[in-house]
Write a protein that binds this ligand. Structure first.
Ligand code: 13P
Length: 394
């Protein structure tokens, strides 16, 4: 279904042309001079303009993503933490609480859903996607099929889900989704091996191209796990390696960079490292890595929280927005937006309003951090508690 619809005029050197496969002669019969302008296709998708617009909408000032795309098994863990059974009714009640929070759209521009939620409605019969659209929040969908062991590696994993992805994505688009998420992981204590990094980067690039062909803005998420006792410099080194491979394969797959969003881990020391780093140190290392690896054509960097406490994740984001960046630098948190909400709700209908207020508190705090104006003054103890779990699966 795809056709070339996005072309860029550029100046190419004869050396470059000699090593590339498309024929420069299709625009004329004479050989090219060094200054001749040719049309270079960089993206084959009829959705190009829409993708760019969607990505810009999600990456809008003072807003970020509410990630509630836990698989049923992981959602079960969240519910178990407040003594609830993992039933469809309880999952629906929890997602209803989150997605019908009045005023959420002021701080939240997109929400990543699990497939069950994308097709679910409130108990009054209103589709969750419509609840989101009313608040000008873009509905998104987790499309990967989870992690499995990677044979031949150092006990590492790879992410499944490419089979049938094009048709699933087309269906998700029809249901109202406009962006997608694919999360793969890289483990520092396990190496990472060259094989695991290459596999992660290639899988993300193939997914991104398929998503764009079907109208979904891909969130590219190679999560570098917090596990380990390594210093921050080691995380920086691994993150640079991973992102350079990711962009290499994104380019090879003709992915339109203006129509993607990134979901990186912040560059921090390993969770078991002897010293904690300050928000300023984390911001400095993370921005160094991003500036070295991410082209300014990418509209938005939406960080994951990865087990940091709610306050830590917000402080770190705030530190990254103290001076202008080439991209929108924001959040796409799950744990760091949901923890206080769950603790307040406790599964009781009479607590729904208070729980929604606590979601708004966190969303507003991160909105301020996106604008570089957050202070942790007045934050409670619960919001300061770390949520790191060794070997966490999502
Ligand atoms: P956390 O913010 O809990 O790390 O979630 C990551 C994620 O990928 C959710 O979509």
């Amino acid at each position: 279904m795809s056709c070339v619809s996005f072309a860029k005029l550029t100046t190419l050197s004869p050396h470059w042309i000699a090593h590339n496969s498309f024929s420069p002669r299709r625009h004329g019969s004479s050989p090219l001079s060094a200054t001749r302008r040719v049309s270079l296709p960089i993206r084959a998708s009829s959705y190009s303009d829409e993708l760019v617009q969607t990505a810009k909408t999600i990456a809008s000032p003072g807003r970020g993503i509410l990630a509630i795309d836990e698989s049923n098994a992981t959602c079960g863990k969240r519910l178990a933490s407040i003594g609830l059974d993992n039933t469809e009714v309880n999952r629906q009640a929890y997602r209803q609480l989150l997605l019908t929070t009045p005023g959420l759209g002021e701080y939240i521009s997109g929400s990543i859903l699990f497939e069950e939620t994308l097709y679910q409605s409130t108990t009054d019969g209103k589709k969750f996607v419509d609840c989101l659209r009313e608040q000008k929040i873009v509905p998104g969908i987790k499309v990967d099929k989870g992690l499995v062991p990677l044979p031949g590696s150092n006990n590492e994993s790879w992410c499944q889900g490419l089979d049938g992805l094009a048709s699933r994505s087309a269906e998700y688009y029809k249901q109202g989704a406009r962006f997608a998420k694919w999360r793969t992981v890289v483990s520092i204590p396990c190496g990472p091996s060259a094989l695991a990094v290459k596999e992660a980067a290639w899988g993300l690039a193939r997914y991104a191209a398929i998503s764009q062909d079907n109208g979904l803005v891909p969130i590219v998420e190679p999560e570098i796990l917090l596990d380990g006792d390594h210093p921050i410099e080691r995380t920086l080194e691994v993150a640079e390696k991973v992102w350079s491979e990711v962009f290499f394969y994104l380019a090879q797959n003709n992915v339109l960079f203006e129509g993607i969003l990134l979901k990186p881990s912040m560059v921090t020391p390993g969770a078991e490292h002897k010293e904690k780093a300050s928000p300023e140190t984390i911001a400095k290392h993370t921005l160094t890595m991003l500036r070295r690896r991410v082209p300014p054509a990418v509209p938005g960097i939406m960080f994951l929280s990865g087990g940091q406490s709610e306050v830590e994740a917000t402080l770190n984001l705030n530190a990254m927005n103290q001076s202008p960046n080439p991209w929108h630098v924001s959040f796409s948190y799950a744990r760091a937006l949901q923890n206080s909400v769950l603790k307040t709700w406790q599964g009781r209908p009479e607590n729904v309003e208070a729980a929604q207020k606590s979601l708004l508190v966190r969303a507003k705090a991160n909105s301020l951090a996106q604008l570089g104006r957050y202070s942790a003054e007045g934050e409670n103890e619960e919001a300061r508690k770390g949520m790191f779990v060794k070997g966490y699966t999502y």
